[in-house]
Design a protein around this ligand. Structure first.
Ligand code: GLA
Length: 387
């Protein structure tokens, strides 16, 4: 993204002065979908696309003057007025400001202009990129950088929960804040322990195909899926007063079978997917250590199948892209992120890459009248101050 571009807009829309520039990335996730809020494992990495913001205190007590460069939309609001702005993009700024205040950062009024090159609604988490970018800026401008990385991750997640209506897990904000170039991260979402995994699969490429079906988690049944999982845990806990059951992470296949009739087929299938996904992430970790990309790919296809049939977060277009990947002999392919649209992530042998991309574009265009967008994955650094 272009620093000068953001700076020129910041100068033009405010008082001609410059501020500091911060950037945060979107993310990919190799495997481990809908496991984060179930206390399981995820395998994300930050990408080379994200959000860049210029920010500067404006001398007021609590007035935020915000400009979205991409939407060409300006919103001014008082973050202590108890309701905040209505524009959904500005609610991320409002929410993270209040969450950073809760963490003890003495935030005052500021001007902000931002732009992004992470596609919106593509499942690459443009919203987490915004939250962590703004958190990074507020921490630096007002908080002497005393807020820890983990607290910024949690502030971003709380912004989603409290101001944007999405009861998400912590994967996206974690990846955006902690990302490192060339490395994926295996995160245990229960203990929050994580490990960096250098990711350089010789002979393969990771590529995203954007179905261009916009995914919008706030308006999607994302929260319903989470409720289903929590319902199953409640039933298992009631049957086993001797144990501690916080999330599906604590539950076994046998326990799930025990409550099948009482929770009903729909919740049962959701939980069945999550238990399977928990095992798949661990299998993929072993396979990566062994350099066994065939197994990694096989697990990706299994995840797609589960997300589509059991968790029911796919759509016709994503299933179509997955089928094309299979037909082209792609090693692994699946829906990435929350689902309901967005991208597939594909692990493709170098020699099949050109044919796969050309075929997917052609067939998708023939069927849906538009070509999928193609993004080569470049694993990059997390949130940072640029200047
Ligand atoms: C969205 C959420 C994440 C995670 C994924 C699914 O991206 O923000 O917390 O639940 O969906 O893995």
């Amino acid at each position: 993204m272009d620093i000068e571009f953001v700076r020129s807009r910041f100068i033009k829309h405010f008082d001609g002065k410059t501020g500091n520039i911060y950037a945060s990335p979107g993310r990919i996730n190799l495997i481990g979908e809908h496991t984060d809020y179930n206390g399981g494992f995820v395998f994300p990495g930050a990408v080379d696309k994200g959000i860049m913001a210029e920010m500067r205190p404006n001398g007021t007590e609590s007035t935020i003057r915000a400009y979205s460069i991409d939407l060409k939309d300006r919103v001014d609001f008082d973050f202590h007025d108890g309701k905040g702005p209505r524009a959904s993009w500005a609610r991320y700024i409002y929410g993270i400001t209040l969450e950073m205040e809760k963490l003890g950062v003495p935030v005052k009024g500021f001007n902000i202009a931002f732009a992004g090159d992470v596609p919106l609604g593509a499942g690459m988490s443009s919203s987490a990129a915004m939250e962590s970018c703004f958190a990074c800026g507020l921490n630096d401008l007002f908080g002497d950088n005393k807020v820890s990385k983990w607290d910024m991750v949690l502030a971003g997640q709380a912004t989603e929960h409290n101001y944007c209506g999405v009861n998400c897990g912590i994967m996206d904000q974690f990846a955006s804040v902690f990302g490192q170039a060339g490395k994926l991260m295996r995160l245990d979402c229960r203990s929050r322990e994580f490990e960096y995994f250098p990711f350089d699969p010789k002979g393969y490429k990771l590529v995203l195909l954007n179905s261009c079906v916009k995914h919008e988690l706030a308006g999607s049944p994302y929260n319903d899926r989470r409720n289903s999982c929590e319902n199953v845990v409640k039933h298992i806990a009631a049957k086993h007063p001797e144990g501690t059951f916080e999330t599906l992470r604590d539950c076994t296949w046998e326990q799930l079978e025990e409550v099948r009739a009482e929770v009903g087929e729909e919740d049962y299938s959701r939980a069945h997917f999550v238990l399977g996904e928990k095992d798949r992430v661990l299998a993929v970790c072993d396979a990566l250590v062994a350099g066994d990309y065939e197994t990694v790919g096989k697990k990706m296809y299994e995840t797609h199948e589960g997300l589509s049939k059991e968790y029911e977060v796919s759509c016709e277009e994503l299933d179509f892209l997955n089928d094309i990947a299979k037909e082209c002999g792609v090693t692994g392919s699946r829906i990435m992120g929350g689902g309901f649209g967005g991208c597939t992530i594909n692990l493709v042998k170098d020699e099949l890459y050109d044919d796969f991309i050309a075929t997917a574009k052609k067939k998708y265009y023939e069927k849906y009248g538009k070509a999928p967008k193609v993004y080569d994955v470049i694993i990059s650094d997390g949130s940072r101050k640029i200047c």
